[in-house]
Design a protein around this ligand. Sequence first.
Ligand SMILES: C[S@@+](CC[C@H](N)C(=O)[O-])C[C@H]1O[C@@H](n2cnc3c(N)ncnc32)[C@H](O)[C@@H]1O
Length: 255
Amino acid sequence: MSLTPDHVLRNRAVWDRLAASYAGAGLLHWSAAAPSWGIWSVPEDRLGILPPGLDGVGSIELGCGTGYVSAWLARRGVRPVGLDNSAAQLATARALQDRFGLRFPLIHASAEQAPFADASFDLAISEYGASIWCDPYAWIPEAARLLRPGGQLIFLVNSVQLILTAPDQDDLPATERLLRPYFGMHRFQWLGTDSVEFHIGHGDMIRLLRGCGLEVEDLIEIQPPPDATSRHPIATIEWARQWPCEEVWKARKKR
Ligand SMILES: C[S@@+](CC[C@H](N)C(=O)[O-])C[C@H]1O[C@@H](n2cnc3c(N)ncnc32)[C@H](O)[C@@H]1O
């Protein structure tokens, strides 16, 4: 029997506490006519994050929170499954499913140990879910295991530039100074929060993905439009117009 890692337990407690304050954002996202991504809500039309031809595709959202990404996918013909470490976040997702009359399975588990057989899905996706709250050396091999040959992994994370320039205190905007080393970046605990995040450098990410049998297809560095407003204080618009504060990785499991 494998023990649940301490970061999974800590993050579960934090997200169970935060869930109520995320319900409003969940409702807004479920209500949106079209997908938009990240803290700047950049429209899908502008970024092209989702693949075409999603009808009938089986997806798993790793760290689905309130489940809006899976809801957007379901409206495009996908058969989604949402997985999350927080029972409270999943309770919000379930309430939103009832409200919108759109149901798909919601699984309470850690994305580092997903209770599914190998090759169960065509698409694994994570927007600020497992992608930052799980250890990449645990969740990315697990996502690769869950994908069928030819399946795609898509995930959105804070950029490396943001992680290197963010103050130690949680939720303060990124600065114009490199505040910590790039080499060795992995586990992060920001001051003022009990949660644990993970961020690794680009070379390490490419080697990890390739080592799991995933070919990197794209790295989209998000630049918000000048009039964008943020749902999170981690970067000002002036900063995010100059440097990417979010990045989206796309990788495909070898056939
Ligand atoms: C910011 S929400 C992501 C959902 C949504 N896309 C968003 O941006 O609001 C982060 C979610 O990751 C989940 N999470 C954290 N650790 C996890 C783990 N080990 N396995 C699965 N989900 C996890 C949290 O419970 C939380 O619901």
